[in-house]
Ligand binder design. Sequence first.
Ligand SMILES: Cc1ncc(COP(=O)(O)O)c(C=O)c1O
Length: 417
Amino acid sequence: MSTAWKSRYALRTKDLKTSTIRELLKITQRPEVISFAGGLPAPDVFPVERFQEACHRVLQSHGHQALQYGATEGYEPLREMIARHIARYGIKAQAENVLITAGSQQALDLIGKLFINPGDRVLVEAPTYLGALQAFSVYGAEYVNVESDRDGLRTDLLEERLRSGPKFMYVLPNFQNPGGTTLSEGRRHQLVLLADKYGIPIIEDDPYGQLRYEGAHLPPLVVIDRENLRRDEGYSIGNVIYLSTFSKTLAPGLRLGWIVAPPDVILKLVHLKQGADLHTSTFTQAVAYEVARDNFLDEHVKRIRKVYRERRDVMLESLQKYFPPEVTWTHPQGGLFLWVTLPEGMDSNKLFPTALHENVAFVPGNCFYARNGFEDEGSRHMRLNFSYVQPEQIREGIQHLAAAIRQQRLEIQAVHS
Ligand SMILES: Cc1ncc(COP(=O)(O)O)c(C=O)c1O
């Protein structure tokens, strides 16, 4: 039977592989495994009671409306709230600039659908968010990679790569997934100026911006674009589309994200979203609004920043204490991840089964590189998540991971001697 279906799959599914990371996550869900693999928020900080009250209030005050079909653009009070919320970061938007999506992941898919013809190039950071590569590749994207260092995307390499004419750039300026790096302010300005010079738009993906644990907030690209290039007349001439989500600040199970874009782009995206799911769940949007209102979201974000900052610090201290000195890692100023570089000759893919044997899991670096010559780049790297696991388990897991690293090094030395 399955062969009959196989012959009918569309061409765009030809190169689809199950995501290694999602497969890994299945194994790492075993209770004995300390998992630094997923990008999961800490479940112990989900505001469950507030959700309970919010569901009750929504059903009581406007249950019939909340259970009905709704506008594709999203629930109006929520769109207005988002517009007000992002204004404090300098992002000037009206509700008409905001489209509610089923998580940022749907935003990435809709953007792929709107902009990418088969063979179009998308400029991405190397490494970058795996889910974006998955979303864009379905539409036949090819990739132009730009390497990163501790200050984020290397804008000194950008001009040459922009000459190859990518359709757009996909950039994560804050606490990048997977690198944990933050694009410096100087580079933000360079990026925006080069985007303008070559007429290449930017997709700015910012799920983690509010989760800053140290240092000063840096202006989003969408703000620099508007201010530097004096795009004061309104959103319609902006060069940056901005994405964010409630997944890391409220709960990923909500599946609520948003796109901020010029109205003509929103209109196109609305048409595409209609074909995908008509609209994001009305009930979920109404509940999220009820949860977030009256300053609750701000207070909640303060609480989770405290919890995650502590976990980040415990992970950094444990790495310092237990990892061999030849291993290095990034120092994230926020977000959920840090990026580890193993010594020459080591391979994080081979390390993975050894680590799992020690009941600890991570994501091997290869998963985060686009095709196009960069596939092997990640084998000396791994991504570690520090938000999900309790501090005590972080200490224990890092000790186990250090043991796995030492074991692999001994095996390599034995082969070479
Ligand atoms: C950089 C980035 N973009 C988008 C997403 C998707 O988030 P969601 O669909 O849960 O909003 C994630 C999730 O981890 C992410 O790390």
